[in-house]
Write a protein that binds this ligand. Sequence first.
Ligand code: AMP
Ligand code: MG
Length: 376
Amino acid sequence: MKASVNPNYSPAYVACHVSRSLFCAIFLMLAIMISPVAGFVFSAADDPENHAPALERHQFTSPHMGTLFRIVLYASSDSLASAAADSAFRRIEELNDIMSDYIPDSELNHLAATAGSGNFVPVSGPLFEVLQTSQMVSAQTGGAFDITSGPFVRLWREMRRDEEPQLPGKKALREASQSVGYKHLKLDESRQKAMLEKPGMKLDLGGIAKGYAADEIRQVLLHFGIESVLIDAGGDMVTGSAPPGRDGWNIAVPAHDEHDEPDPFLLTLTHAAVSTSGDLYQFVEIDGKRYSHIIDPKTGIGITEQRTVTVIGESAMLADAYSTALSVLPIPDGLALIDRKTGYSSYFEVIDGETITPYETEEFTELRENQNRSDR
Ligand code: AMP
Ligand code: MG
């Protein structure tokens, strides 16, 4: 049933595996061996009549937002590539200063400090955009995605710090739940202001901010005229145009074969975002049960059904939010939500002990099958 898969690909991404130097060596050998037809294999970039500088592959990594950001890009010079990457990483730091709930002085925490005051407060453009999108996804998912889950997320983090973790008590959960609920986050669109209605409300953008950051990096790189890019924000990825001479970026979607062996789908994508959520590393085990870092806002505790959810679409911010939401939503609701959304698709697996059950939206089936055909 699976197509274009290679078990050697990492679940993160696989991009242009052949290094430039190896490529050059092979190319030179070929040119010498088959010189009568060598012109046939020249690409436009190698044509002496073509004065456009050849695009070189560059890769940059930098830790931000609690994860490792990686940028792969094709640029005409080292200096352009470095300047663009520096600028992109600086932008991520700016966004982190706005959206982090760990930085006491972040804009997000300043907003939370006004909770219960009854005042609408001005919010920066990036934060307002993330709040608006979050509220839209909350409404679409009946609150399965909810950035006001901050008080629950804090209880989960406290629990994780304990040597012998225990689930939060009923009293703690009841108290936290007084300050949770996306309907208590009010937005004033015309004045770009926000109000947290209930005292003690805290926002957590962990399920959406990295996707937003990936989209932003893409915009920054575009300003430098760099279009052929892949950005990986630790599970939230976005691709631009294809690398030179290729059809697209090879992205591995985590999956298993019928023997439950890791067997990712390898998709070749351009201008697409891919986001994966799951509790592979972030969970707390109590009495043999895994509690994910993704919280069901209805109960206040981490979900116990183990899922790995990938969402593909145009916007990394939306793909990020949907992949978190689909980790919580009942399966038919999640599938129906993505099926309704043109240009978005999802593949996910539910892991129950020894059994792994796959699910996919209609558009994902098409994507996978089309990929098959072009690979043949
Ligand atoms: P992700 O890795 O994108 O799925 O995001 C997981 C993170 O989102 C968690 O570590 C929390 O910070 C936050 N989060 C947890 N549960 C929810 C939820 N139900 N809705 C929105 N954000 C959540
Ligand atoms: Mg997410």
